[in-house]
Write a new protein. Structure first.
Length: 341
């Protein structure tokens, strides 16, 4: 979690189309009636793909989004399928099935479209980060620190590992966010791991940072912004109440490299990534949305994927998507936000 920021790929597409205190972002001017906060507004939402199928594949379970080189939206689901969507209509264009080196399915969670069009994809199973060709062939596999591996190989908990993935501006640094804490760390501190691109276009392990989540929440997604900061989603679920989803602006540029620190428990001298709340999505207008289970706001569901689709004068266009878990009580929903950073 650090450095100058935004996905080299996203930057191209944009042209085409604590130590935990920080000064808040300058107030935005959201559209009247669509404000979620002074910094965030919502234009609309779409349930068009909810409980649909394409080419014999269930459409849903979405865990990550990315802007592809042609401006379309790459949408990753956590059961090993990668869809291409029309950026304007969300119409399905293609699906590619993914697998590990033995042909087994992934718990695919994080997605980056690299500058050459190849796909960097995380799986929570080990966890892992692999590079895939556009047709789903494995091209490379990145190293992962032993502490971040699922126990007993490491200190991570199954299904609580690499959820978010983003490429920082300039395309030289890749960052993955753990969803929850590893054993030995405070339960409210999660680690963000980075890799640096080598001359032969591989990635080697680089700095690691620490980020404090709100009580009861985890990190399902992280995305770079053009000025070197990060958009971070925090999410949780309470039975009978529903989802909590908050959007933060985080600044890793002065955070401590925690790669050599065994246990993160709030010790002095460790500077965490600084964060500022942009919006609690429950505070957005519902826009007529309905929910299939109790929610603080019927607009809410299990929001898990996020990508930046446009940028102009400090304002981002941000697309979110919910993971319906192929569950009748949940919905696949896309959210179109404007964010002032």
């Amino acid at each position: 979690m650090r450095l100058r920021t935004v996905l080299a790929t996203v930057t191209a597409a944009l042209a085409a189309a604590t130590t935990l205190t920080a000064a808040g972002p300058a107030p935005a001017t959201p559209r009247t009636g669509h404000a979620c906060s002074p910094s965030v507004s919502i234009d609309r939402f779409s349930d068009a793909l909810d409980k649909t199928t394409y080419d014999g594949t269930f459409v849903g379970n979405f865990s990550a989004l990315a802007v592809d080189k042609d401006g379309s939206i790459a949408a990753l689901e956590d059961r090993s399928s990668l869809f291409d969507l029309d950026a304007r209509t969300l119409a399905l264009k293609r699906v590619v099935r993914l697998a590990d080196e033995k042909g087994a399915a992934l718990d695919s969670e994080g997605l980056v479209v690299d500058r050459d069009g190849t796909r960097l994809i995380t799986s929570e199973t080990e966890p892992s980060v692999r590079r895939y060709s556009t047709d789903g062939g494995i091209l490379d596999r990145l190293p992962v620190p032993s502490a971040l591996l699922v126990a007993p190989a490491g200190r991570a908990t199954s299904n609580q590992t690499f959820e978010g993935l983003t490429l920082l501006p300039g395309g030289r640094t890749l960052l993955a966010s753990m969803e929850n804490a590893i054993s030995g760390d405070s339960t409210d501190i999660v680690r963000f791991q980075t890799w640096t691109r080598t001359k032969d276009d591989h990635f080697r392990l680089a700095a690691q940072y620490a980020y404090r989540v709100d009580a009861g929440l985890g990190v399902p997604e992280v995305q770079a912004t053009p000025d070197g900061r990060l958009l971070v989603l925090e999410r949780g679920f309470t039975a009978g109440v529903g989802n909590t989803v908050r959007l933060y602006l985080a600044d890793p540029r002065h955070a401590t490299d925690t790669g050599g620190i065994e246990n993160l428990t709030g010790q002095p001298g460790v500077r965490l990534i600084r964060k500022t709340l942009l919006a609690d999505i429950a505070d957005c207008p519902s826009l007529g949305a309905t929910a299939k289970q109790p929610q603080p706001n019927p607009l809410l569901d299990n929001i898990e994927g996020m990508t930046v689709t446009g940028y102009s004068k400090g304002r981002l266009k941000v697309l979110l998507v919910s993971d319906d878990n192929q569950n009748a009580a949940q919905v696949t929903r896309f959210y179109y936000l404007r964010v002032r950073v």
